[in-house]
Design a protein around this ligand. Structure first.
Ligand code: ADP
Ligand code: TZD
Ligand code: MG
Length: 571
């Protein structure tokens, strides 16, 4: 800036404009790793009363921001340094976009002139170009007076329509640019109605209800879009009034309690195969639903109704007989209004068939969940943790791993919306600690993180962060000594252990003690249960090393079928 300022004139600069723009838009929590050129930005943010949480690795700060977006419907903010810090944050930005979570990755960057001439600046990288294919929108601000509009655009892009990740590039020199405080204030933009309601077309609502009424064996599938929408009461009323069995996708568990009489969760296979009309609410027909076809769905012809904010999601995999485009709250309300007072619930032949299957499967599972074996198997350990969540339904459950993920999802019932946070659409390992931290920070609720030992390793260093901020997080590491199992052998007979095997009898609990947290070594379900209850009562950061039989798991948990098979090699 070459402009001269009068002596004593009130001034502002890029640093403070970023802070003012965020605060004006009610964004007060930042997940970051400090360094050039954003160290002072973090300091000034903290000084201005924002909560700035410093992580040990940007990827974890990014996962925290992503899940903060899911939990709050406001963009979670991850702040990083240039090139390497930016790249470390990028996995989370792509994850947010893939999962439809609103998030903004704000990265400092180097001198544009030097970057574009490739003259080798400190941490040189064309970050904007690299971010673009991995997010919903990417913006760069080159002048301090554009910070207000840049942040406004980033917020609106992240939360409107289908939510997603947005990249905002702030070159170092913008922070130091000075302008008159008065002009600075005028340059800020408050985003009005960042995610406007999107009402469905009345004829689409009528079509959806016609298709639903024609069903003999209808099924509702609730996805994490339905959880995100925060239309909990309308969704519950709709499901109950319809009388239709419903299946929750992983992060939609608890939208209605998993113990609800209409839940088909424990009869998933029968519900998918047996249904004739399927209504998807905030769930995509991607790999997690076998693309709506194949043996998962059986031979019976089916019609699909899909409720989604993204019009292009319709027919992504198969024909959608009744697309209903709009925000879930508005769509579900329109469906409820259209059902009228004479809605006929589905034939009991179907609802009873589903309910009987649920009851049989639940009864069959019950004794396995009560075993007190040492070393523990997944059922014994999760049988204990299941009771804890039942008694503490407002606790947030974070979950990653392979067997640890699949068993936890099916065994632990959830009772409230948005309490189950996991690996999401990509099945990504490493979301654990960032997710747990943001869950504790954003909601103030206790967090139970159930982690495979491999999964935990991807973000394990953040236990220092958890201890530093004294967060009420209890981590249970399901330690089976490896990825899927701890029993694999190296087929060459060489000295290296097999590729999926870790150090035997590792003591993850001791890591926690290094930072002043509580470490517990648990070898039985009773010990595990006691330790988790103590942790959740005290609210102290705790890590429990839960010893799981190294032979208990299966390759890739429940998705082993996705592994390509060699016809010539032996494992
Ligand atoms: P799951 O993995 O639980 O099946 P997905 O992530 O595949 O869920 O699907 C979520 C869907 O929800 C996305 O297609 C997204 O466009 C949609 N969605 C997200 N928020 C809303 C909303 N407020 N209203 C309508 N649809 C939404
Ligand atoms: N890297 C990333 C980022 N995401 C992944 N999903 C994987 C690698 C591959 N992977 C899985 O899909 S699950 C898993 C890996 C490494 C770990 C499974 O081991 P675990 O759980 O110890 O966490 P179990 O209970 O031993 O099965
Ligand atoms: Mg393991």
């Amino acid at each position: 800036m070459t402009e001269e300022f009068a002596e004593g004139e009130a001034l502002t600069d890029g640093f403070h404009l970023v802070i003012d723009a965020l605060k004006l838009n009610d964004i007060k929590t930042i997940y970051n790793v400090p360094g050039i050129p954003i160290t002072d930005l973090g300091r000034y943010m903290q000084g201005a009363g924002m909560r700035v949480l410093s992580f040990r690795h940007e990827q974890n700060a990014g996962y925290a921001a992503a899940i903060a977006g899911f939990l709050t419907k406001k963009p979670g903010i991850c702040l990083t340094v240039s090139a390497p810090g930016f790249l470390n944050g990028l996995t989370a930005l792509a994850h947010a976009t893939t999962n439809c979570f609103p998030m903004i990755l704000i990265s400092g960057s180097s001198e544009r002139e030097i970057v574009d001439l490739q003259q080798g600046d400190y941490e040189e990288m064309d970050q904007l170009a690299i971010a673009k294919p991995l997010c919903k929108a990417a913006f760069r601000v080159l002048h301090a007076e554009d910070i207000g509009i840049g942040i406004a655009r980033a917020i609106r892009a992240a939360v409107s329509g289908r939510p997603g990740g947005v990249y905002l590039d702030l070159p170092a020199k913008v922070f130091a640019q000075v302008m008159k405080a008065e002009d600075g204030e005028k340059s800020l933009v408050k985003v009005i109605d960042a995610a406007p309601r999107q009402l469905p077309a009345p004829d689409s609502v009528a079509r959806a209800l016609d298709v639903l009424k024609s069903a003999k064996r209808p099924l509702i599938i609730l996805g994490k879009g339905a959880a995100y929408a925060q239309a909990d009461d309308a969704i519950r009323e709709f499901v109950e009034k319809s009388g239709i069995p419903y299946l929750p996708m992983s992060m939609a568990k608890g939208l209605l309690p998993d113990t609800h009489p209409q839940s088909a969760g424990a009869a998933r296979s029968l519900a998918l195969k047996g249904s004739d009309v399927v209504m998807l609410i905030g769930a995509r027909l991607n790999w997690l639903l076998s693309h709506g076809k194949g043996k998962t769905w059986g031979d019976k012809p089916k019609k699909f109704i899909q409720v989604d904010i993204e019009p292009r999601e319709m027919d992504s995999n198969i024909e959608i007989a009744a697309p209903l485009v709009g925000d879930i709250g508005s769509c579900v309300q329109a469906l409820l209004d259209g059902m009228g007072d004479d809605w006929v619930t589905p034939p009991t032949e179907w609802t009873k068939e589903v309910k009987d299957k649920v009851d049989t499967n639940v009864a069959r599972m019950a004794p396995r969940l009560q075993n007190n074996n040492t070393p523990m198997d997944y059922h014994g350990a999760l049988g204990a943790l299941r009771i804890i969540i039942k008694n503490r339904p407002d606790a947030i459950l974070v979950n990653e791993g392979a067997n640890t993920l699949d068993f936890t999802r099916s065994i632990i019932d959830m009772y409230q919306p948005r309490k189950r946070l996991d690996v999401g659409t990509w099945g990504v390992m490493g979301i654990g600690m960032g997710t747990a931290i943001a869950a504790a920070v954003e909601t103030g609720k206790p967090v139970l993180a159930i982690e495979g030992d491999s999964a935990f390793g991807f973000s394990g260093m953040e236990i220092e962060t958890i201890c530093r901020y004294n967060l009420p997080i209890c981590i249970v590491v399901f330690n089976n000594g490896g990825i899927y199992r701890g029993t694999d052998v190296n087929s060459s007979g060489g000295a290296d252990v097999a590729t999926t095997v870790f150090v035997k009898d590792a003591r993850y609990d001791k890591m926690m003690e290094a930072f002043g947290g509580v470490g517990v070594h648990a070898t039985s379900p009773d010990e595990l249960s006691q330790a988790v209850n103590e942790a959740m009562d005290s609210g102290r950061p705790t890590l429990i090393n839960a010893v799981i039989d190294s032979a208990a798991g299966t390759e890739s948990g429940r998705i082993g079928n996705l592994n390509p098979q060699s016809v010539v090699a032996k494992k």
